[in-house]
Design a protein around this ligand. Structure first.
Ligand code: SF4
Ligand code: SF4
Length: 115
């Protein structure tokens, strides 16, 4: 993974289905991923599954990530990732990690311990 495609929260945008579907113009992947990621409070269709990546200042951006507070905060601080931030463990990041699951937290912790 190149640095630019590592999201602020530690996700790997290069291998994210939304990025791959956009890059490869893959309608089958779009439909599959829309079905997997949709929920009653977050409806999705195949056309929503398109994303250039968290740190790329361009569109399309997947709507969850377009509105992401972690991305807004980390980019305003100019950090490479949340693991590099003095404010690591802030409420904004914690809110996302509680949804995202333990693997992402472990990845950020590992990155921090390697700094
Ligand atoms: S910013 Fe885009 S490519 Fe990166 S994780 Fe979010 S949806 Fe996937
Ligand atoms: S926009 Fe937010 S949730 Fe999406 S990859 Fe970036 S930091 Fe993570």
């Amino acid at each position: 993974m190149t640095e630019d495609m590592m999201a602020y929260c530690g996700l790997d945008c290069a291998n994210c289905p939304a990025h791959l579907a956009w890059k490869q113009d893959d309608d089958e992947l779009r439909a599959k991923q829309a079905a997997e990621w949709a929920s009653p409070g977050f409806p999705l269709t195949a056309k929503d599954i398109n994303c250039v990546g968290c740190k790329v200042d361009a569109v399309p951006k997947f709507k969850f990530c377009s509105d992401c507070g972690v991305r807004a905060y980390a980019s305003s601080r100019g950090v490479m990732t949340c693991a590099h931030c003095e404010d690591y463990g802030c409420d904004t990041l914690e809110g996302w990690l509680q949804q995202a699951g333990v693997e992402l937290r472990e990845k950020l912790e590992k990155m921090r311990s390697a700094l």
